[in-house]
Design a protein around this ligand. Structure first.
Ligand SMILES: Cc1ncc(COP(=O)(O)O)c(C=O)c1O
Length: 426
């Protein structure tokens, strides 16, 4: 991790040059989490009779999230991360729709900007996924298009608050009206918005309705392991009612090993992680989350403003509401992925986006002190990309290949699978 390979500066995560990835709550919190982890090292919530404290912490993590999302009488479970929360929600709505509405060929409707976890969930749960384009200006899902895509097999709509690519929020109230009209589910993905979006108002930033106060919302995913600062492996899936949550459970009364029941995909689960999540939430507290929202969103706004006012070559995608700012090139002669590659050489780890081609940064607490450096480096990177495009950096090579021909995406898919193979070369 400390490696410097000459060509490209390989930065350590502490220096704030990473987009997202490390959601650090500070050195003090680190010690608290390690202490909680150590104390509950061997615990497993699959055995609540043996580990009653862990059972209570599990319940309290969910209850705290339900309060934050303004629905204490709702229900939920913890999971291993945003992807599992989303997979669980798709299963829950699928089984609800089969039981209550007799739907046997279920479909969900997601914005093109929704996280890939919904496609993965569709794949795993055998649910068809319709992707709806987003408005090129607002980056919100096109509601008229969503409305046209709804059919008798539709079980659930999806909105993001906020989405991963550009940090914008869909029109949750508009989606809610459609969900109520057709008596279908509405999942609001707050995995990334987690402990930022619910505190925007208190931190003094503009916001829009997105939580359970919007009547048609049936489920919300919230990642404690992102801006909740819990250790990795921790997320919460919430439902409007305990009855809906029942469709998530797996229950097998006939198993040779005894009556088996578990709330989510895993059987045994790491109680130590739950203790870490519970401790993180207690330690940071509501005031701490408001303060971190203020500084993180403040950093994102300052990046957004600098791009809009000081960098004429770039534009900001949509109106980002929280921690993510995405930017593209206004000028056909400037390749934004080349800019991304030049930023990599300066030690930044940014994310490349496709459709449109863009780059984003997800701000964390670690980004806050280096905002000025980011803008200075970005200005330099643009000049370098204009005067000396290398055309050989990772972003240009990978995304260029994807767009190069009809077989480009297949090639990228094969490369990605081969990449996973290499990760397991011992
Ligand atoms: C909007 C959104 N949803 C879902 C996820 C998936 O979360 P995880 O990586 O914890 O599975 C992410 C991750 O970045 C995200 O940004």
């Amino acid at each position: 991790m400390e490696r410097m390979d000459g060509e490209q500066k390989s930065s350590s995560w502490q220096d704030g040059q990473l987009s997202g990835a490390v959601y650090h709550g500070g050195p003090e919190l680190g010690k608290v989490i390690v202490a909680a982890y150590e104390r509950y090292l061997v615990s497993n919530p699959l055995h609540p009779d043996v580990f009653p404290t862990i059972r209570k912490m599990d319940a309290e993590v969910v209850a705290m999230c339900l309060r934050i999302y303004n629905h204490p009488s709702g229900a939920g479970t913890t999971t291993s991360g945003g992807t599992e929360s989303i997979i669980m929600s798709v299963k829950t709505h699928r089984d609800w729709a089969r039981t209550v509405k007799g739907i046997t060929e279920p479909e969900i409707i997601i914005p093109a900007s929704a996280h890939a976890a919904f496609d993965k969930a569709g794949d795993y749960m055998k649910v068809k996924v319709h992707q709806i384009p987003v408005d090129p200006e607002t980056r919100m899902v096109d509601l008229a298009w969503v409305s046209r895509a709804i059919n008798p097999n539709t079980i659930m709509l999806v909105g993001s608050a906020v989405n991963f690519p550009d940090g914008c929020m869909d029109d949750i109230e508009g989606l809610s009206a459609l969900a109520l009209k057709h008596n279908i589910g509405l999942h609001v993905d707050c995995c990334l918005g987690s402990f930022i979006v619910p505190f925007l108002d208190d931190a003094g930033f503009p916001t829009r309705p997105f939580d359970f106060r919007v009547k048609g919302v049936t489920a919300i995913s919230c990642d404690t392991h992102k801006y909740g600062f819990a250790p990795k492996g921790s997320s919460v899936i919430m439902y409007r009612t305990p009855e809906l949550r029942q469709y998530q459970y797996y229950v097998n009364p006939d198993w040779a090993g005894g009556v088996y029941a578990s709330p989510s995909i895993a059987g045994s689960r790491p109680g130590a992680l739950l203790a870490g999540a519970w401790a993180a939430m207690q330690f940071i507290g509501r005031d701490g989350y408001v303060a971190s929202c203020r500084s993180i969103v403040g950093a994102a706004k300052s990046i957004e403003n600098s791009i809009r006012t000081e960098i004429p070559e770039l534009y900001v995608l949509g109106n980002p509401m929280a921690s993510v700012v995405a930017f593209g090139s206004k000028d056909a002669s400037l390749n934004i992925l080349e800019v991304g590659d030049k930023m990599s050489k300066k030690g930044w780890h940014l994310n490349a986006l496709s459709n449109p081609s863009a780059v984003h940064i997800a701000c964390t607490r670690l980004t806050v002190p280096v905002v000025g450096q980011f803008i200075a480096d970005l200005k330099d990177a643009i000049q370098e990309a204009k005067s000396a495009p290398s055309g050989t950096g990772n972003m240009v090579a990978l995304y260029g290949l994807g767009n190069s021909s009809a077989v480009g995406p297949t090639m990228v898919g094969k490369l990605a699978a081969a990449f996973i193979d290499t990760l397991y070369l011992a």
